[in-house]
Design a protein around this ligand. Sequence first.
Ligand code: ATP
Ligand code: MG
Length: 457
Amino acid sequence: MAAARKVTLPKEVWELAGLFGEGQPLYLIGGAVRDILLGRQPVDFDFASAATPSQVKALVRRWADNVWTIGEEFGTIALLKNNVKYEITTFRGETYREGSRKPDVTFSDSLKEDLSRRDFTVNAVAYSLSEKIFIDPFKGAQDIKRRVLRTPGPVEQSFRDDPLRMLRAITFHATLGLKLSPEVFNGIVEHGNLLAQVSTERIADELVKILLAPRPSDALRLALRTGLSDYFLPELARLDIEQPVDYHHKNVLEHTLQVVDNAAPILELRLACLLHDIAKPDTREVVDGEIHFFRHELVGARMARRIMRRLKFSNELTDKVVELVKLHLRPHFYRDEVWTDSAVRRYIRDAGEVLPLLNQLVTADCTTLNPKIAAAAVEKQRDLERRIEEVLEKEDLMAMRPLLDGHQVMEAFGIEPGPMVGEILKGLLSAQIDGDLATEDEAWEMARAIYEDETGG
Ligand code: ATP
Ligand code: MG
């Protein structure tokens, strides 16, 4: 049993626990308990109890704002209270058939049994809300303190029961900085191939969590070192080739990992970083003793589409990532003197909605160790972004239709063509650009004011 700690939980958690009473008390379980012991604020709350799903439903019905029973056959009742979702699962001992994806769920009445079925000891600690104590049969609290991932039971059994746990270990390394115990590491090396049994959707969910972590590179390196990446992204290990050092680190894989870290945690951007040079191994050519990767951005865009389809990412996300990969070299050809406004406009038009992300990708793509080259690259990208702003501003102006035209003004004030008409129209347009004018009525009011001002009337 772990030492008691000051635990602050939302009042709803205590209210919910109060509904369960002493007979079949409610336990907080999983990630929330782990996060409390890590000193982090839990994001969601999962509970376990000996109560059966139908008992749970009856207990929470009046208190909850909404109750979902879609998970009932697996023992889970979900509910909403004050816009927070809570899940209560009946203690379970799951038995998995070899090679099958779906567990046969059997309900057991033992908390310890339930905890023994969890992925890692750090996630196998419960907090008794009735007794206010931690229940920790697998020394999860100690592992949290040591920041290490171990399985509650034998590693091999655990990974056979659910091979996704191997990838979850990599995820927890990325998101929480937890290390793999030697047993877990070796277990992944040995059983990585079992990941093929896991549904693509579950795998992709973990990849997303890894890519949105503050610094995904360490976890991706771990996936490479254990060989697990071969079972969800085999293209990654192939990037381990040399390239000329200009803007880039001399190893394509190392470069790629750094680019991913450099970028803000936006899913389409991080995916584009991961895949931007994916075709370099396939496009490598040596011409006159120099290494080139001709058209790697185009071949890479096609590969990115295939990879993202394989991982069942949405078409919308895939399209964005493919565009980013395809265009990632374009700004490298930017030269202030050479790119006319229409060249800049073409770049803006081709990038379309991914323009801001493309600019970020290009900035992240510079991993040279040479400070002079790095500074020049940053300067060039800033310059391009300035030009983009300029061109967009001009375009806005061109797109803006004046609220009144010269004929209307001349007719209304009974004046001939001349500087007075120009003054009025100029005044109206600049007020419109500044956002001070929106309607025709306002325009007339202002036109009259300028006219009176000019005529001294
Ligand atoms: P996060 O902070 O990412 O939500 P979490 O640990 O809460 O992390 P969930 O996917 O929400 O992860 O799962 C809740 C709990 O269910 C876990 O803490 C763990 O105890 C258990 N669990 C989840 N997935 C598995 C699995 N594949 N095998 C065994 N136990 C699992
Ligand atoms: Mg969770």
